[in-house]
Every structure is written in C-alpha cells, then in structure tokens.
Design a protein. Sequence first.
Length: 219
Amino acid sequence: MALTAADLRVGIERIVTQMIDIERTLNAADSKLGDGDTGLMLRRLFEALAATVETAPDHAGEALRAYAAAGASATGSSLGTLMTTALLTAAKITQGRAEIECSEIAGILAMARDAMSKRGGAVLGDKTIIDSVDAAAQAIHGLNDPHSIAATLLIAARRALDTYRSRPCRVGRARMYAERSVGLDDPGMLAFFHVMNAALGGSCEPRAPTSTAPARISP
C-alpha cells in the first residue's frame, strides 16, 4: 500500500474542515502556558496548505515540497516552523517519488523528528511535539497496512499526551514555571494529536487533563 498526492490532499482538507474546533482547543491549552495563539497560528498554516492543494503536483514527493514552501511563508510561529521542517524533511526523502510506501512512514517520521529537534533545539523528554512524533514513529515501525498505521499512530499520540501530562515542560516560556506546567498538556503535543486525528479521519479523543494548575502562566 502506498501514500499518494491525492491522500495528502484529502488529509489537508480534513484538517481544515475541523480547524475551528482544533483552533479553539489549542488556544485554550496555550493560554495556560503561553500566549494563547497556538491554534490561530496553526490555522494560518493549514489555510496556506489548503490554498496549495489545487496546484500541488500529482507526485507525492513534489506535493510535499509545495506544501512545505506554502507553510514556510504562512507563519513564523515556533510550532509552524517545526511542522514546515517536518514537511520539508519528508519532501527531501521522497523527492521524485510518485507514491510513498506505507512501510516507509515510520522512518520518515523518525527523520522528521530529528530535523525538528535540530531546528527547534528541543530533545526527547522535553515535553514537546518532538515526543509525540517519536512515539508515533516507534509505534508504527514495521507496519504496512494503512488502517493499522492510522489506528496505532493515534493511540501512540494519545498515550504520549497521557505520559507527559504529569511531567514539567522543559522548553519555551513554560520552562520558567516548570512545576506549574505539571498536569497540563503541551500545546504542540496536543496539536500533533488533533491534526493527525483529523487527517486520518479518526474519532480518537485525548483524555482531558485533571489539573489544579493556574489558568495562565504569567510572564
């Protein structure tokens, strides 16, 4: 089984369809740890990608490059930059390829993880989107069936949220109030879950935080 440019197009369109709810959820999460605009920044990113779907090449590798270029000009946010880095990494790996074998997705995610880490400076264990991407890559390693990959990836992304919720944030503004970030979801990790859930047409839901943390970490 293989991933095509048409599959990428459908995934982006699904994300945009659910972006109002995703934006609201991410802004609420980020308001407790940052500026409260993660959802807004992500919406701008995917609106730019959606505006590119009609002109994106029919080859998966070239389509990924077109989406990366669109994303790079859409937002200057740290999360948007990391997601664009992931797209560009995937494009480089699949350059000239019409389709991407499903068995390759785990390896592409792993390389995207490394590129995102290098670009943003976060490492595994810092409680960032890097940890979610790593969890997904590890979970789907060796899988080839698209349905199994989708279900396993979403479960891994949700488990990563559950695992790291009780840990402190080690990067970004929240690192200055690390103990107060315990019990809260990292907005980047939450974004990865919701974006992948929407793209894959899933109905998986993260477990809500049960925290007594303050409503906002003040600068």
